[in-house]
Write a protein of this length. Structure first.
Length: 95
């Protein structure tokens, strides 16, 4: 397994978690309790979840049990600078 660090935005992370879980946006919406339109907006980087619990629910619905600190950093960056520069996210590693 390659453990080099990848650079991702929150939008990238949501897409990656969802697709690796084998879900479409509607399935993720049902599993997480977040609307499909909100998930679509998050994936396009048009908005970020209003609170960290929302992104945590999305991650858990996808089966990701990674470090909440790093997930929180991605969420904080997305909330402070939508469309801003990506943040290093070690929890999304290349296989």
């Amino acid at each position: 397994m390659n453990t080099h660090t990848l650079t991702w935005t929150l939008a990238d992370a949501v897409v990656k978690m969802r697709t690796e879980a084998g879900m479409d946006q509607s399935q993720l919406a049902d599993a997480s309790g977040v609307s499909r339109s909100s998930i679509s907006n998050y994936e396009r980087g048009e908005s970020a979840p209003p609170n960290f619990a929302t992104i945590r629910r999305i991650a858990r619905a996808c089966g990701f049990e990674h470090d909440d600190d790093e997930l929180h950093q991605l969420w904080t960056l997305a909330r402070s600078r939508p469309g801003g520069p990506p943040l290093i996210a070690r929890y999304l590693q290349a296989a």
